[in-house]
Design a protein. Structure first.
Length: 318
């Protein structure tokens, strides 16, 4: 299993984990997760996030999420509560960010324009307390970018990035990292996978958004919550997407997948991640194409007849 993983965005404090939080943290530690950023999204949850971080040796963030904005007459009180909380814990080494904050263009009300003042005020607080931000930007990437540029904040992560290549570049140029998680595991996430493969090695972070953003395997499980340990599967996809170049035709009469390394997983589950490193970057795969979840044999110099199970879909060249 990968070592030294940090889950940069989680809601470990939420009630969905009340019954087995300790067990899930232990599961994550066993999987190689060394730290988790526990993000609170409303004032009543600030203390729960802080408590979870201190109980389990993690880090936490506090903010007002756009889906939990208070009524207009209560906005000032909520922002004051956030400022007071940040001030009270300014010397706490486990306080790592202001978040989760941001804008959401998917919901009809409040509108992005109505959400913007609270977002801008929280960016100002992040600058005042010299903290990075964890930002929600669903269907609102351009508005988020504009607010960031105006605020002067230049440290943070865009949670569950789902924008375009151009939007990704603008955010990276502003000093932000892009967060990726369970969505990468879906074969239909073609645009996000392409962007993820294109950006620089230091331009992204991995996250679970637990208990949300489940991978296909987790969604099919009886326990459909994303677990903090699930992040241990994401580097498998990371390596596939960032090392895989293309499927080339006819090398000595066979189909070859050109890889720096070939990675496979057992049917999207956490049980046993298999890594196969070919000394020859041309790994012959038979049969081709390979259906998701099927078995196939990989042959290359120094490796013969190794059977692995794959949740990835390889296709023949068109």
């Amino acid at each position: 299993m990968p070592a030294g993983l940090i889950d940069t965005h989680s809601h470990l404090d939420c009630p969905a984990f009340d019954k087995d939080r300790a067990e899930l943290v232990h599961e994550a530690r066993t999987a190689g997760v060394t730290d988790i950023l526990v993000c609170a999204g409303f004032p009543a949850g600030f203390e729960a996030a802080r408590s979870a971080a201190h109980t389990y040796g993690l880090h936490y963030a506090a903010g007002i999420h756009p889906l939990f904005l208070p009524e207009e007459e209560e906005t000032e009180a909520a922002l004051t509560a956030l400022k007071d909380f940040l001030s009270a814990h300014a010397d706490d080494p486990r306080l790592a960010a202001v978040g989760e904050i941001g804008l959401d263009g998917y919901i009809e009300t409040p509108t992005v324009a109505e959400q913007l003042p609270v977002f801008a005020a929280q960016l100002k607080l992040a600058a005042e307390f010299d903290l990075p931000v964890s930002i929600h930007a669903r269907h609102a990437v351009d508005a988020v970018s504009a607010a960031i540029r105006k605020s002067g904040v230049r440290r943070g992560v865009i949670n569950a990035f789902n924008g375009s290549s151009e939007q990704a570049k603008r955010l990276i140029d502003l000093g932000f990292k892009l967060g990726f998680g369970g969505a990468l595991m879906y074969t239909g996430s073609k645009r996000i996978r392409r962007i993820f493969a294109e950006i620089g090695d230091t331009d992204f972070v991995l996250e679970t958004d637990a208990p949300d953003m489940p991978s296909p395997g987790r969604r099919a499980d009886a326990d459909s919550r994303t677990h903090p340990a699930d992040i241990a599967l994401y580097p498998v996809m990371l390596k596939y997407l960032r090392f895989h170049t293309a499927v080339s035709a006819d090398y000595k009469g066979e189909q070859y997948i050109q890889l720096g390394r070939l990675y496979a997983t057992y049917s999207n589950t956490a049980a046993g991640v298999t890594e196969v490193e070919a000394t020859d970057t041309r790994a012959a795969v038979s049969p081709n194409p390979v259906a998701s979840g099927s078995t196939f044999t990989v042959k290359s110099n120094g490796i013969t007849a190794i059977t692995v199970y794959s949740c990835l879909l390889y296709t023949s060249p068109s």
